[in-house]
Design a protein around this ligand. Structure first.
Ligand SMILES: Nc1ncnc2c1ncn2[C@@H]1O[C@H](COP(=O)(O)OP(=O)(O)OP(=O)(O)O)[C@@H](O)[C@H]1O
Ligand SMILES: O=P(O)(O)OC[C@H]1O[C@](O)(CO)[C@@H](O)[C@@H]1O
Ligand SMILES: [Mg+2]
Length: 561
């Protein structure tokens, strides 16, 4: 542990808030607009009413500039006026055939005349031999890949990866890493790979770990991170940096970043953390600091939208198998054995759904997205009676957020929240176990029920091999992005390709199991459990605007409007 440095290093490029809002958007000198797109309209979200400007030297390009800005050619001659609305981080380019590019912010959006340097990877012994190692500035990744032939090309994100030119010299970089929110397998791997990526690929050796989540920026010591220090940490669960909920004080955090001379901030966490990262980025931009803010999305619940899946999810599903196996062994060893397994998933039942699909020993899976009922025709108890008569045992998997409305009805409603403002859930596993016991006792049927709650055991394990590789790539992409001057972004896998995604896209809603998607149908057909849906529930569910699940479910087709 080391104490914070006494006074700031030279990362301050101070500007007033108004000068930032008035600043002129200019592209990196290496930035080429997609050449395949003859007509582009570039705008920030929420500013579509702004005047349209013709791009100097590029007669085929037009831009929608924000209404608050004024037109001016940039120092590079390729850029055009664009206001940076302080509440918006979206840089949207629209092109032909419905092509939309949602780009991420860049340091030069608000700092003029930043020098660039050749990427040291150009002469790196391992990477220099790779054909096309560097990403092209025109490369984008489609958000949806299944299209009707007549449908528009849709939303695209910037392809992640190393850039030919970077905006930081190795000696200049002072990076920090923070982990926030609940634990998730793979946190230590991401930390390790950010440190090793910065050090081995870019020659950076000033890297600080922030101790204990966001509040660690201003209330705790820091940890000096070196490749040697982090060498073995991927074999351990948890986070070597510690984590916390609550304690996000934006101005104290940015003061600390500024005072310590930090110029790259790597933030690993879930939806709450990324909302926090977004406001940190806004404040950094408002102060005009040359500080890149990169997020790496983390959540065991897999509830972050847009990305294919979050790291640690595979490990969690694998680990959940052990609990399900144990429940199955216990249940089938006794007469009328029932194994109940509670898995994590506050609002999204992905772990429960995938663990059920993987195991094949589960008779019924209950998730928050699919309301269920206990008594009467088509209810859980009727199904259990039938299954026990047929097989003599059964296994029930329940996600922690399932049936909360039923619990509130029968228990006095507790409206408690954790330090981050997340609703504290009541223990649905204990509740349903008791309900099942009471029901069968009432019907004079002997039951042998074992309740297993492996939730924290699943969350605390180290990541498995596939998550380790995934974490490595996410971390390296974050490092490449920050070195290239991108900021206010999160890394993420979209349709199997690594991308940079604006914060707002991953925080505006939660990823949920769509019960009208094929994957939930596969689950229902594999367990043969009741769907608990009435015909008009199905009609209502199908009316939902856009299925948010990405390639885990992967078969949503973009249809023409
Ligand atoms: N809207 C917000 N603005 C600023 N900071 C936030 C916001 N929401 C949450 N945070 C901060 O982010 C941190 C983590 O949030 P939270 O506890 O909700 O976990 P999370 O990142 O969503 O992860 P998970 O839910 O997967 O455990 C906390 O320090 C919290 O104060
Ligand atoms: O660590 P805590 O505060 O008990 O949080 C538990 C919650 O965190 C999560 O694991 C998400 O990180 C949820 O699945 C769960 O409800
Ligand atoms: Mg969360």
């Amino acid at each position: 542990m080391t104490s914070p440095p006494s006074k700031p290093a030279a990362n301050r490029i101070r500007r007033s808030a108004s000068s930032v809002v008035e600043s002129i958007y200019s592209f990196p000198s290496s930035f080429n607009l997609p050449s395949s797109l003859p007509t582009l309209h570039r705008k920030f979200s929420g500013s579509s009413s702004g005047p349209r400007e013709r791009v100097r030297g590029s007669p085929s390009l037009t831009f929608d500039s924000a209404s608050s800005s004024r037109a001016r050619s940039s120092s590079t001659g390729v850029a055009v006026a664009m206001g940076l609305a302080s509440d918006s981080q979206l840089k949207v380019v629209s092109g032909e055939n419905g092509y939309v590019f949602e780009d991420v912010p860049h340091l030069i959006d608000y700092i003029d005349d930043l020098p660039t340097y050749p990427n040291p990877l150009q002469v790196h012994p391992a990477y220099s031999a790779v054909k096309q190692y560097f990403v092209d500035m025109d490369d984008t990744v489609a958000k949806q890949i299944v299209f009707h032939r007549d449908s528009p090309r849709g939303v695209h994100f910037r392809r992640a990866g190393p850039h030919q030119r970077v905006y930081f010299e190795p000696d200049e970089v002072h990076a920090c890493i923070v982990t926030c929110g609940g634990l998730c397998p793979g946190l230590n791997t991401v930390i390790r790979e950010i440190v090793c990526g910065l050090y081995h690929m870019y020659g950076v050796n000033k890297i600080l770990g922030i101790d204990g989540g966001y509040r660690g920026f201003y209330a705790r010591n820091t940890i000096a991170l070196t490749p040697k220090f982090v060498n073995d940490i991927h074999k351990r669960g948890g986070t070597i940096l510690g984590t916390s909920r609550g304690g996000h004080d934006t101005s104290k955090i940015v003061d600390s970043i500024q005072d310590r001379g930090i110029n790259q901030v790597y933030i690993i966490g879930g939806d709450g953390t990324l909302k926090g990262a977004s406001v940190i980025f806004e404040e950094i931009r408002r102060r005009g600091l040359k500080v890149a803010v990169a997020g790496i999305p983390k959540t065991i619940d897999n509830d972050i939208p847009v990305i294919d899946k979050s790291f640690g999810f595979d490990t969690a599903v694998e680990e959940a198998q052990r609990a399900i196996n144990a429940a199955h062994v216990e249940a089938e060893s006794v007469e009328n054995g029932v194994g109940v397994v509670k898995l994590m998933g506050r609002y999204s039942g992905f772990i429960a759904m995938y663990a059920t699909l993987a195991s094949r020993d589960v008779d019924c899976c209950l998730i928050p997205e699919s309301p269920f009922y206990l008594e009467g025709k088509g209810g859980l108890f009727e199904f259990m009676e039938k299954r026990l008569k047929e097989n003599g045992h059964m296994v029930l998997v329940i996600a922690e957020g399932a049936g909360q409305e039923l619990l509130s009805e029968s228990l006095s409603s507790m409206d408690q929240k954790d330090a981050s403002g997340n609703k504290l859930l009541q223990d649905v596993g204990l509740w349903i176990s008791q309900k099942i016991k009471d029901h069968f006792k009432h019907h004079k049927m002997v039951l042998n029920l074992k309740y297993i709650d492996p939730t924290y055991m699943i969350r605390a394990v180290p990541s498995n091999a596939s998550d380790n590789v995934y974490c490595t790539l996410l971390a390296q992409c974050a490092v490449h992005g920050a070195m290239a001057g991108h900021t206010g972004f999160t890394t993420g896998l979209v349709n199997g390709r690594h991308t940079y995604i604006p914060f707002v896209r991953v925080t505006e809603k939660q990823n949920k199991v769509v019960i009208t998607d094929r994957m939930w149908a596969r689950l229902l057909s594999s367990t043969n459990q009741p769907s608990f849906l009435r015909p008009n529930d199905v009609t209502e569910a199908k009316k939902e605007e856009e299925p948010p699940t990405q390639s885990l479910d992967g078969e949503y087709c973009q249809t023409p409007k």
